[in-house]
Design a protein around this ligand. Structure first.
Ligand SMILES: Nc1ncnc2c1ncn2[C@@H]1O[C@H](COP(=O)(O)OP(=O)(O)OP(=O)(O)O)[C@@H](O)[C@H]1O
Ligand SMILES: [Mg+2]
Length: 308
């Protein structure tokens, strides 16, 4: 069984994202549950991708354990039995939690997407190739598409409630959250990204760019929240195919993107919801890629034995 629609949990449901369900446990804690839903070109597919939710949650958990000394983070547990012990109301829902649920410290979220880019790609490449700038600020000349950036670029965006996030300048961040918090968010984003980029590179994955979110916990501490250095919050590229001067294949979603591109070119899909049905082979290939990302980063296969 894979899960596109989760069974309802006996907690207050706060929000349904494209991929995750967010529940309130109490004033101090949240439960984040990653489903197997997948989106491409901003459209959520009808078919779940087996194991994807567990991969996302457990990659985040792995990074947070490795970043414990660098940054205060929101994870309390990503283990279903520990979560049930902490929240007895979930006792009869173990199978909906295994692998995919994370119990977290609840925070007041800073309304900033802390995007950090170690390679020039996506919307940043689009703006740079048109005007030589990123968020209006100039970059060195003659950079190629997908070129490595040293130091990485901090390129924050607003957290838009709907529609696309908008790039903003460092000055706007300082106006929004104050200069001290702004400086700390940039310092932590750089620190976590540089650690992550170096570790992933040794394991055959280039983390081209990523997005962090931070909040203030109930004790007042700036806290790393949300998902961390996952294929959904980052661009993952297979290092063995890296070649600057062109766009790079996506580590995880390439089979899906290629299939959807084909359907579009053939005139069978207009790019909006509803998406076309996915062949089993595309679903399986995508699932394999997510599992491979987990295996490469953590060095061990995800334990599938208890996953639903
Ligand atoms: N520790 C935390 N405290 C408070 N809010 C959190 C915490 N961790 C994550 N969040 C919030 O939970 C939400 C997670 O939702 P999710 O990422 O699934 O959807 P989304 O970002 O709203 O939309 P999208 O579908 O575009 O991703 C985000 O709004 C995030 O800011
Ligand atoms: Mg999100």
């Amino acid at each position: 069984m894979t899960i596109a629609q989760l069974e309802p949990l006996p907690l207050q449901h706060l929000r349904r994202g494209k991929v995750r369900e967010v529940y309130a446990v109490d004033a101090d804690r949240l439960l984040l549950v990653a489903t197997d839903r997948v989106s491409a070109f901003d459209v959520v597919m009808a078919e779940p991708i087996p194991y994807k939710g567990a991969v996302l949650t457990q990659i985040t958990a792995w990074w947070l354990r490795h970043l414990e000394r660098d940054v205060h983070h929101h994870m309390l547990s990503s283990n279903a039995d520990e979560i049930i012990e902490a929240v007895p109301a979930l006792t009869n829902h173990r199978s909906a939690l295994v692998g995919r649920a994370m119990l977290c410290r609840r925070t007041d979220v800073f309304p900033i997407e802390c995007v950090i880019r170690g390679y020039l790609s996506g919307s940043a490449w689009k703006e740079y190739s048109a005007s030589g700038t990123l968020a209006g600020e100039s970059l060195p000349p003659n950079l190629r598409e997908s070129e490595r950036l040293d130091p990485p670029l901090f390129s924050p965006a607003t957290k838009a409630e709907s529609g696309h996030d908008e790039n903003i300048t460092a000055a706007r961040v300082a106006e929004t959250v104050g200069p001290e918090v702004a400086a700390e968010l940039e310092r932590l984003s750089r620190l976590v990204y540089e650690r992550g980029r170096a570790i992933a590179a040794e394991r055959g994955i280039i983390i081209a760019d990523t997005k962090f979110e931070f909040g203030r916990d109930r004790a007042g501490a700036i806290t790393l929240i949300d998902e961390v250095l996952t294929p959904d919050s980052s661009r993952f590229w297979p290092a063995e195919h890296y070649q600057p001067g062109r766009s790079q294949p996506s580590f995880d979603k390439q089979p899906l993107r290629d299939y959807l591109d084909g359907e579009r070119r053939a005139g069978r899909w207009n790019g909006d919801a509803p998406p076309p049905p996915l062949p089993d082979a595309v679903v399986r290939a995508t699932s394999e890629r997510y599992l491979d990302a987990y295996r490469r980063i953590t060095g061990a296969a995800l334990d599938l034995s208890e996953l639903s």
